[in-house]
Design a protein around this ligand. Structure first.
Ligand SMILES: [Mg+2]
Length: 303
């Protein structure tokens, strides 16, 4: 049966939400909003295409409708593009996931919130010594920073920055949270991966990196800094890697806040796909700040 990922967080038959949680007929297939904004955008006029991953290209290990063929078309055309995610794994992990779906690309074409956090740590390191970092995140931060920082292991050590991921991350155990709290109270910077309040998982909606960073920040009375989407620093670094200006780019994503609003603030053109977190009801409430230039039901409409 032809299945697709529905925003009520289940794989369902293409034209019907069998779960009935949201009571909607298949997401977007007859969407008025999609029809209103679906006039074709010529992607070849942009210097680069920025493609969100989760909810746009895949969900977990499942490619979304038409997404893989779309990436292959970009590759065949030779157009510059990059993939982006607010995930807290290293780009090489996303590279391997894409390879399992039949998409081969260099890890340098993938930028994650973990990579943005690592870049921030290294960019703001004091000259002459490695930054002292406490990992309250996952293996992504460790992979990206190993050998480039001094890892802090105890509350009595000097620490420049606490890198914070989600509550479920392997290095965010209860004892480690208490150590991080002490380090923050003694002056360490709190660096969150991204400001997402929640994110969809196999088990439904769970707390996002933003929720955890604010939890830690509130306790320690410090304000977290975020480097993932929709922060300008995230998109600017990605554009710098691609050697393009933000205004010459089009961003394609499924999230009105982290994808569309963030890209619009830098002058990018934007396309919203209804394969992910944004449904028709949410789309109907867009403000000028989050209104995409085009809405599609899936990437197959972007030929
Ligand atoms: Mg997404």
């Amino acid at each position: 049966m032809n299945m697709y990922w529905h925003r009520c967080q289940r794989w369902v038959p293409r034209n019907y939400c069998s779960v009935g949680k949201c009571g909607e007929v298949g997401e977007g297939w007859t969407s008025q909003a999609a029809t209103l904004h679906s006039q074709g955008m010529d992607l070849t006029r942009f210097s680069a295409v920025l493609l969100d991953l989760d909810g746009t290209i895949y969900h977990d290990e499942h490619p979304l409708p038409e997404a893989i063929a779309f990436v292959h078309r970009l590759q065949r055309r030779g157009q510059k593009f990059a993939c982006l995610t607010n995930g807290n794994s290293s780009p090489s992990r996303y590279q391997r996931r894409l390879a399992r779906m039949g998409v081969k690309m260099d890890a340098g074409h993938i930028y994650s919130a973990a990579a943005a956090a690592a870049d921030y740590v290294l960019l703001h390191a004091r000259r002459g010594r490695m930054p002292r970092v406490y990992n309250l995140a996952g293996r992504g931060a460790k992979e990206l920073l190993d050998g480039k920082v001094v890892w802090v292991s105890g509350a009595d050590q000097k620490c420049d920055v606490v890198v914070c991921g989600t509550m479920n991350d392997v290095f965010a155990t209860a004892p480690r949270r208490l150590i991080a709290l002490q380090l923050l109270r003694h002056g360490a910077m709190l660096l969150g991966m991204c400001a997402d309040r929640i994110f969809p998982s196999k088990n439904g909606i769970v707390f996002g990196s933003g929720a955890f960073a604010h939890f830690m920040g509130y306790a320690a009375d410090v304000t977290p800094i975020f480097t993932g989407k929709p922060e300008a620093i995230f998109f600017q670094e990605l554009c710098a890697r691609l050697k393009v200006r933000p205004r010459q780019c089009v961003l394609i994503g499924d999230n009105l806040e982290s994808d569309i609003a963030g890209a619009k603030r830098l002058g990018m053109a934007t396309v919203l796909t209804l394969t992910g977190i944004t449904g028709r009801q949410r789309l109907a409430k867009t403000t000028p700040e989050t209104r995409p230039d085009q809405v599609v039901e899936n990437l197959g409409q972007l030929t």
